[in-house]
Ligand binder design. Sequence first.
Ligand SMILES: [Zn+2]
Length: 301
Amino acid sequence: MALRPESWLHLAQELPLGRKARRTHDCGPGTCLIVEHTELGWSAWCHRCSDKGWKPKPLPSLQERQARQAAKLAADEAIRNDPVPPMPPVFDVQQWPLAGRVWLYKAALFVEDIEKLGIYYHEASNRVVIPVLDEGKLVYWQARCIDGKGPKYLNPVVEKGSVLPRYGSGDCIVLTEDILSAYRCGMAAEGWCLMGTNLHRTLLSRIMRDGRPVVVWLDPDWDRPGRPGQAAAAEVCRTLALAGVPHANIESKRDPKMHSRAEVAAYIEEALQRARHNAAPSAQAQEGVPAPAQDRQPASL
Ligand SMILES: [Zn+2]
């Protein structure tokens, strides 16, 4: 037995390619029907009927495959060039695909954190979107791919150094590569996200005006040749030293966001002690802002 096509096929065919959704079925109330649109066809499963449906697609021609690929690239590009984040949002975490939730749970974010950050799922692009607010105003967003199809992140095109995601407050500033790490560090100090590994000139000016010691906590990159995160951290520390900013580097076991809350707090506390200890009389401090290292590719999550 299989579900009658007229009870589900139109629902599956309404979905954009690659999407899955819960719908009502003609067998009764509630969204017990799961429909999906894949490369190969349309499928359904009803929890109440305990039965499935399947309708294969004719195999696409090379031309059709190329057209599809081009359409996907164009859709990604349109998202990237739009200053407004992808809409509509799905805020209810329970309605997200598992892969979207797992990514955030692995970074030790609870549902409350996800809500607090306003993170949501966008069904049409199958991405999880992190909005970035500055004094309550939306200034940036990042849409992370969760199915491995397409670029890992989409985000609006902005001038480098113009967006500074900041979280929490404390005795020191902690510089991280990615937004979730900055948020996690913001539970123990003030987390600033570099949006990559380069300390942009405008951020350095802000640090110098701020006056607090700085803890540099980029990804350890133990598994990457040349350990780009730590090479970049050395450059950031050098720049901070030239500017006379008390600072210390953290070389942790894992990326900051992958450590427990207690570990994050302990790492930062230890580094802050070192930063204070190293705060030599600013004989090395120079007038003005030293030139930053050249831009690097943002590290991946
Ligand atoms: Zn049913």
